[in-house]
Write a protein that binds this ligand. Structure first.
Ligand SMILES: *[C@@H]1O[C@H](CO)[C@@H](O)[C@H](O)[C@H]1NC(C)=O
Ligand SMILES: *[C@@H]1O[C@H](CO)[C@@H](O)[C@H](O)[C@H]1NC(C)=O
Ligand SMILES: *[C@@H]1O[C@H](CO)[C@@H](O)[C@H](O)[C@H]1NC(C)=O
Ligand SMILES: *[C@@H]1O[C@H](CO)[C@@H](O)[C@H](O)[C@H]1NC(C)=O
Ligand SMILES: *[C@@H]1O[C@H](CO)[C@@H](O)[C@H](O)[C@H]1NC(C)=O
Ligand SMILES: *[C@@H]1O[C@H](CO)[C@@H](O)[C@H](O)[C@H]1NC(C)=O
Ligand SMILES: *[C@@H]1O[C@H](CO)[C@@H](O)[C@H](O)[C@H]1NC(C)=O
Ligand SMILES: *[C@@H]1O[C@H](CO)[C@@H](O)[C@H](O)[C@H]1NC(C)=O
Ligand SMILES: *[C@@H]1O[C@H](CO)[C@@H](O)[C@H](O)[C@H]1NC(C)=O
Ligand SMILES: *[C@@H]1O[C@H](CO)[C@@H](O)[C@H](O)[C@H]1NC(C)=O
Ligand SMILES: *[C@@H]1O[C@H](CO)[C@@H](O)[C@H](O)[C@H]1NC(C)=O
Ligand SMILES: *[C@@H]1O[C@H](CO)[C@@H](O)[C@H](O)[C@H]1NC(C)=O
Length: 468
């Protein structure tokens, strides 16, 4: 397409406008010149923030945002009474509202869509997503500014690849702008950050893990939003985030998508995983309602920088993200320059890994933090859990939550191990693979993708697991 777009539809332009531009409706515009008529501005931002751990004065407000809490949990109920009423037989069961239009659907009656949050659930979910967009904007730039060209090239990431990382940072500004517009003037602002990585390989791994929980965090709440219009716009950003996640796996020489489905996770999981890397936020920053769970450390987290990724002990950095560390890997054990084509892992569209990172039957050693730790912006959130003694590991991947018992649980050292289960989502699709999630729980509660949040009452600690 030519650079000047010729036709713009009503509504869309205003979305990219001022932070307080609510409701978001504009006039239709049609132009016949190649001159751009209007360039909506992005949200205020700085290209480089300061980095490092928080060392300011203690926060005056701590803990998650809250109001009156009516019940300790939401009781499980049977399905809504009418959900089996519709006859799914391929026939039409009602008059059509218009030609070529079946009856039903949500938001299909002609009411003009309004792109704004409609409930506390919507606000808090979008605000969480906005914190995530902001860190990505900073993180992608930060790596390019921090590591040398030589170091990127040593991992097969060339100048054109680095431009892709820069472009991915710029995409985040659009995402942050859209979400800010839907939230209004109190939308969370850009913060400062603290990254747990010290070289290109660790940076790429942190990125593929961070974008995984960013992506999965949105999938978890998207179908629950009150505002369909807000869900629509967020969807159109998160599909880009999904591509970013895949591309960072490719930069790390990993198989780009070793699964048939991408998991969704509760908001409190996304916030648990994200918050430790935010060091400080501006005065009066809007706070979040979500819980911060204690970090779970995978003591033998599979390390994708190794030729034999399961031959590891204590090679992670960055708490619950369990990002790979290359600090103790001799160069002969790095896969990036392995001479055997089936073992190498230089940046590529796809790479077979002939020694799997993890596998059914694998013994996974775990250690978890105690609750009550200060985390997140200005150290102003506090980790918490209801769990006294964890009994299960919940493997959250694809469409599945699979429990395996914890063995040798030591409450004194907060350690245990578990065995990776052998489960498939469908025939031909092993459920446990890719960049996924591991939680410790006290019961093996039956939950499915749309009600996964019900597990939170039983979560003791949380990790990203590198299954493949
Ligand atoms: C979650 O949903 C499944 C049905 O998909 C239901 O059987 C289960 O009881 C629900 N779990 C909770 C804790 O509500
Ligand atoms: C159309 O649907 C919306 C909800 O999506 C509802 O608020 C509105 O009243 C409906 N309009 C008419 C004319 O039925
Ligand atoms: C891989 O090999 C290339 C070519 O010999 C070299 O320039 C690069 O530094 C090596 N990468 C690593 C991570 O050792
Ligand atoms: C967080 O700390 C920074 C730096 O000390 C300070 O400027 C800011 O006002 C603090 N933010 C909040 C929300 O307290
Ligand atoms: C802080 O935010 C509140 C609304 O959340 C606003 O009323 C108040 O004016 C803000 N204070 C400052 C100093 O910006
Ligand atoms: C990889 O490492 C694991 C753990 O040390 C070991 O059991 C396995 O045999 C190794 N695989 C290969 C192909 O060397
Ligand atoms: C893991 O490594 C870190 C730093 O390299 C060290 O401080 C810690 O004691 C090690 N933990 C275990 C369980 O080996
Ligand atoms: C890649 O892995 C697949 C599945 O294990 C295998 O069928 C294929 O032969 C491998 N290809 C190469 C070139 O290693
Ligand atoms: C994970 O997916 C990769 C790529 O398809 C495959 O080589 C590997 O065997 C899978 N791992 C498991 C445990 O199925
Ligand atoms: C997993 O289960 C399948 C089907 O029962 C079996 O063929 C396979 O050998 C099992 N894998 C492991 C590692 O036990
Ligand atoms: C589990 O605990 C028993 C008894 O303390 C010990 O003998 C065994 O080595 C432990 N197993 C693992 C895998 O740590
Ligand atoms: C995985 O999830 C799918 C979809 O909900 C379900 O049909 C399947 O039974 C689950 N598999 C396992 C092993 O739990």
């Amino acid at each position: 397409m030519a650079s000047g777009s010729l036709l713009r539809a009503a509504g869309l332009l205003a979305l990219l406008g001022r932070a307080d531009a609510v409701p978001l409706v504009s006039q239709a515009q049609t132009t016949v010149s190649s001159q751009q008529t209007l360039i909506p501005s992005v949200v205020p931002h700085t290209d480089v923030t300061s980095h490092g751990p928080f060392n300011g004065p203690p926060a005056t407000t701590t803990g998650a945002l809250s109001t009156s809490v009516l019940s300790p949990f939401i009781p499980a109920l049977p399905p809504a009474p009418d959900v089996f009423d519709y006859q799914a037989d391929g026939e039409l069961h009602a008059d059509q509202p218009a030609p070529f239009t079946p009856s039903g659907g949500v938001g299909t009656n002609g009411s003009a869509p309004v792109y704004r949050v409609q409930s506390d659930f919507d606000y808090q979910s979008l605000a969480l997503a906005l914190y995530q967009e902001w860190i990505e904007y900073d993180l992608f730039h930060w790596g390019l500014a921090t590591f040398s060209v030589e170091e990127f090239e040593a991992y097969g990431i060339n100048a054109e690849d680095r431009y892709l990382i820069q472009y991915m940072a710029e995409q985040e500004l659009g995402h942050a702008t859209v979400i800010t517009n839907m939230l209004g003037p109190q939308a969370p602002k850009q913060c400062t950050y603290n990254y747990p990585v010290s070289n290109v390989r660790e940076y790429i791994d942190f990125n593929q893990k961070l974008t995984r929980w960013g992506e999965s965090g949105v999938y978890g709440f998207l179908p629950h939003l009150n505002s369909g219009p807000a869900a629509q716009l967020l969807l159109q950003s998160i599909t880009v985030e999904a591509r970013q996640q895949l591309i960072f796996r490719q930069f790390g020489g990993q198989f780009p998508m070793p699964e048939w489905h991408t998991p969704g996770i509760p908001q409190s999981w996304a916030w648990t995983l994200l918050a430790p890397y935010i060091s400080s936020c501006p005065y009066n920053q809007t706070r979040l309602v979500w819980q911060n769970f204690p970090a779970l450390h995978i003591l033998n987290q599979p390390n994708a920088a190794r030729i034999n990724g399961s031959d590891v002990w204590n090679e992670t950095t960055g708490g619950s993200s369990n990002t790979l560390s290359t600090a103790d890997i001799p160069s002969s054990e790095l896969c990036v320059n392995a001479t055997d084509q089936t073992l190498d892992c230089t940046a590529a569209i796809s790479q077979n890994r002939s020694i799997p990172l993890s596998y059914p039957g694998h013994q996974v050693f775990l250690q978890w933090d105690s609750p009550g730790q200060l985390v997140g912006p200005n150290n102003s959130y506090v980790t918490s859990t209801n769990v006294i003694e964890p009994k299960f590991a919940a493997w959250v991947s694809q469409l599945n939550v699979t429990y395996s018992p914890l063995l040798n649980v030591s409450l004194e050292y907060r350690t245990a191990y578990t065995i990776q289960p052998n489960v498939s989502t469908w025939e031909g699709d092993p459920a446990i693979n890719g960049t996924m999630f591991l939680a410790l729980t006290d019961v093996d509660l039956y939950v499915t993708p749309y009600n996964l949040t019900q597990i939170n009452l039983h979560v003791g600690a949380l990790a990203v697991y590198q299954a493949g």
